[in-house]
Design a protein around this ligand. Structure first.
Ligand code: GDP
Ligand code: ZN
Length: 462
């Protein structure tokens, strides 16, 4: 166990909730509560059994003024979230009294917790690993139910278990190879060693591949699908944006403490969080092709995960429209032909030819037609219905995806090393590297600075 001071925070969302919880964790938690808590029977929290709840009042010992009527939960370490002694004070949640309570415990020796510090302690004290801690953060920020399920699975340790299993495989292989090297008198030992290395490396590589394949979906769920709406002026881009936002719950997240204090706009389309990239920007630069030319707009588009290309049913296809198709070539595009309530002037066959394999949807946003089909197209484009299978292990975090990709590369080096007859000790280095990279995912041998940085992204009180 780490020797840590006692921390405190309000661990329910800020504002006028029905109840608020002030949480204390650390060695001094019991001493502090006994100085400020008065139970009707006069019992001390130091003496009561662990994991029990007690009614009473918080009284400022200096002024003898009663601050709150509360319920106190007593949880003795190590069977707690942080593995330390934990006290949770449930109060009615008036902002003023909760703050007073927090001030009071801080005046008695607790320190205000940094964002994520409770979870960080759970990690430092070995209660959870790093990928589980990151899942706690994802859970807090999850934007759709699907995203939440992925985070929950990760928090329960599903990813960690798989990673541990693969690391164990590698470790056993390395040990086996060592043994073979120590007994070179057997005839076919070199052949056997090569065989073993290839077999195991290929097995782990396949598992990593499977995991990485879930990464694209996982990442979309976690971070949202950055979506850009393009089209000539007046085709209905703003109308499309509005109907997507109005038909679906617009999710506005405000993530303080991240590098950009921005408010991003998300819409939840059948479980797919669309991040309407720089919504203000879309509105402002909606005539993007006209204003900045095809070259520049191409760069803007390159960053998007999904392009909604809007055309006008009531106008002939123009050169500009065709340039737009050219600009979004190779990307995930859904072509929308809007204003079907008006006369057909566009050549739909030609549009179909330009759209090639990409979905083509006709809409009348004015009459609210075709929006369902569009949503269906969006969700089936990114999820082939397999996402809700709850027993799969997902990766969703770019840090994990990066490490998995590197681990895969190291494995490939090992495999091609064996195949081209590189000395075994070099192959061992590649395998060891794979083992280390996988370890970083679950927080085995990671830098302290990385840990600080990861945990600082949390909300207060978690
Ligand atoms: P933007 O310039 O591409 O953003 O286009 P807007 O969304 O501002 O729409 C331009 C005009 O077309 C507005 O007057 C809309 O009301 C109208 N409009 C949008 N969708 C439809 C539609 O499906 N049918 C008809 N008839 N008009 C539409
Ligand atoms: Zn507009």
């Amino acid at each position: 166990m780490y020797e840590l001071d006692t921390i405190a925070a309000i661990s329910t969302p800020m504002g006028e909730g029905a109840i608020a919880i002030v949480r204390l964790s650390g060695e001094e938690a019991f001493r502090i509560i006994d100085e400020i808590f008065v139970s009707p029977s006069g019992k001390k929290m130091q003496d009561v059994p662990s994991h029990t709840i007690h009614y009473g009042h918080i009284v400022d010992p200096k002024t003898e003024q009663t601050i709150e009527e509360v319920m106190v939960s007593v949880m003795r370490g190590p069977k707690t979230f942080t593995r330390e002694d934990v006290i949770e004070i449930n109060c009615h949640g008036g902002l003023v009294s909760v703050n007073k309570l927090l001030q009071l415990v801080m005046g008695r020796g607790a320190r205000l917790a940094e964002p994520g510090e409770f979870t960080k302690r759970a990690f430092l004290n070995g209660r959870i690993d790093l990928s589980q801690a990151e899942a706690v953060m994802d859970l807090i920020r999850a934007k759709t139910d699907r995203a939440m399920n992925v985070a929950l699975g990760q928090m329960e340790g599903r990813l960690s278990k798989l990673i541990q299993k693969l690391r164990q495989e590698i470790l056993e292989t390395l040990a086996h190879v060592e043994v073979n090297i120590d007994y070179p008198e057997y005839d076919d030992v070199e052949e056997m060693t090569h065989q073993l290395l290839l077999e195991k490396s290929n097995y782990v590589k396949t598992e990593l591949e499977k995991l990485l394949q879930t990464g694209q979906q996982g990442k979309i769920l976690r971070e949202g699908l950055s979506t850009v709406i393009v089209g000539r002026p007046n085709v209905g881009k703003s109308s499309l944006l509005n109907s997507l936002v109005h038909e679906n719950k617009a999710i506005v997240t405000d993530i303080p403490g991240t590098t950009r204090d921005v408010i991003e706009e998300y819409v939840n389309v059948r479980g797919v969080p669309l991040r309407l990239v720089d919504t203000a920007g879309i509105r402002e630069t909606e005539d993007i092709v006209e204003r900045i030319g095809v070259e520049r707009s191409r760069e803007v588009l390159k960053k998007a995960d999904l392009i909604l290309l809007v055309l006008n049913y009531n106008e002939r296809l123009s050169e500009e429209d065709e340039k737009l198709f050219e600009a979004v070539k190779g990307m995930d595009v859904i072509v929308i032909v809007n204003k079907t309530d008006l006369d057909e002037k566009i050549d739909l066959d030609k549009v179909q030819a330009l759209a090639k394999e990409q979905p083509l949807i006709t809409t009348s946003l004015k009459e609210d037609e075709g929006v369902d089909e569009l949503e269906e197209a969006i969700s089936s484009m990114f999820f082939q219905g397999n996402l809700e299978a709850g027993d799969m292990t997902y990766v969703s975090n770019s840090r994990h995806i990066g490490l998995l990709t590197q681990a895969q590369q190291a494995l490939e080096d090992a495999i091609s090393g064996v195949q081209s007859g590189v000395p075994i000790d070099i192959v061992q280095i590649d395998l060891t590297r794979t083992w280390e990279l996988l370890g970083e995912i679950i927080g085995d041998a990671v830098h302290e600075s990385l840990i600080d940085q990861l945990f600082s992204q949390f909300c207060l009180g978690k």
